[in-house]
Design a protein around this ligand. Structure first.
Ligand code: NAD
Length: 357
């Protein structure tokens, strides 16, 4: 099969890690008989420098014309003081909106070979965990009405959260489908003891649950969920939650895996096209030094094969290669505890994964 992939390398370590993922995709293409055609587009700080905007129209059109999109990361100190319209993150929000991506899938699992890097207690680590967070991406408080006004005690600011039944129903179906393909357990996280949006969220989740008798749905309040993630992460299979709760809980989940350099993500909409990216940022402190861990981006490419192209065997092949490389003891600098092994650079780690494929 032939697939077209838009590449947005972005800023900082973005070009290095996307190049690694492209090498892996090419290798898997050779092995399984697929052809991936790549086109590069600018977004973020590099686009501000070259085109005066974080998201050039050519990038939007290029992504819309591609079967899927692979993104490195955007941002860096050079653009930190820019006005809001000229911030690299503006490109990120813009491309998600332009592609209609309302679901963010963030898996977090503990690799047995990396259990020493997990900050949790040994008896918790022993049980391991492998969970998937399904976060609503285009609604809620990040997109609600906001502003400044004169309040009872003087000047004040406000943000509002709104969720429609339609927005909750569509993210619910994504989450139930994900749970069906995994271990059939779904926890919906909300703050229904306080928030009206959460009460509608909970009501809607339970109505949609009737369509999925094979999935066991339970509810959890977000404050409890934040505790349970560090107390007993093995209890979770799939988690579904709103934009802001998902933002916070998925970062918490990433920390208990031991490294930010390992975790991929997928943003999906109604069609098969998705945007795949590592969860970490552009790591300007190590950019251009061949020190970045490419695994999160390589695993994001594997998610692309699985979710956008339905190439499960090919995705398994990449994930298996990463498992074996980590089990063999090879590490990039971010995965090494104080002075243990000599770290591999980004290129050498990619070479090792290619060899394992
Ligand atoms: P960051 O994730 O870039 O870096 C945090 C720390 O983790 C740094 O020490 C970095 O060196 C390390 N790190 C991150 N990825 C790594 C990798 N693959 N291998 C090895 N080490 C890695 O977060 P930050 O420092 O808060 O942000 C830096 C820039 O990235 C900012 O401009 C921020 O706005 C941007 N950012 C972009 C995205 C995105 O593009 N989706 C996400 C988060 C942050």
């Amino acid at each position: 099969m032939n697939y077209t992939i838009a590449l947005i390398k972005g800023d900082g370590i973005g070009p290095e890690i996307v190049t690694s993922a492209v090498r892996v995709l090419e290798k898997v293409g050779q092995k399984f008989g697929h052809r991936f055609a790549f086109s590069e587009y600018l977004m973020g700080g590099c686009a501000i420098d070259a085109c005066g905007t974080p998201l050039p129209e050519e990038t939007v059109q290029g992504c819309l014309a591609s079967d899927s999109v692979l993104l490195g990361a955007v941002g860096g100190p050079k653009w930190d003081k820019n006005p809001a319209a000229l911030r690299p993150e503006k490109g990120l929000l813009g491309i998600r909106a332009a592609l209609g991506l309302y679901t963010n899938l963030r898996p977090a699992k503990l690799y047995p070979a990396l259990s020493a890097e997990c900050p949790l207690r040994a008896d918790i680590v022993e049980k391991g965990f492998d969970l998937m967070i399904v976060r609503e991406l285009t609604g809620g408080i990040y997109f609600g009405e906001r502003g400044r006004r004169d309040g009872k005690y003087g000047p004040e600011a406000y943000d509002t959260e709104a969720y429609s039944v339609m927005e909750i129903e569509r993210i619910a179906r994504v989450a139930f489908e994900a749970a069906k393909k995994r271990n059939g357990r779904l926890v919906s996280i909300d703050k229904a003891n306080v928030l009206e949006t959460s009460r509608l969220w909970r009501e809607t989740m339970h109505r949609i649950a009737a369509e999925y008798p094979e999935v066991a749905l339970s509810d959890m309040l977000v404050d409890n969920a934040a505790m349970q993630l560090v107390r007993c992460p093995s209890q979770f299979d799939v988690i579904v939650t709103s934009n802001m709760f998902g933002d916070i809980l998925s970062d918490e989940a990433s920390q208990i895996t031991g490294s930010i350099g390992l975790l991929p993500s997928a943003s999906l909409g109604d069609g098969t096209r998705g945007l795949y990216e590592p969860i970490h940022g552009s790591a300007p402190d190590i950019a251009g030094q061949d020190k970045a861990n490419p695994i999160a981006t390589i695993l994001s490419a594997a998610m692309m094969l699985r979710y956008s192209f339905s190439l499960s065997a090919e995705a398994d092949c990449i994930e298996g290669a990463v498992d074996r490389v980590l089990a063999s003891g090879l590490r990039t600098a971010d995965l090494i505890g104080a002075g243990k092994e000599t770290p591999l650079g980004c290129t050498a780690m990619t070479d090792a994964i290619l060899a394992a494929i």
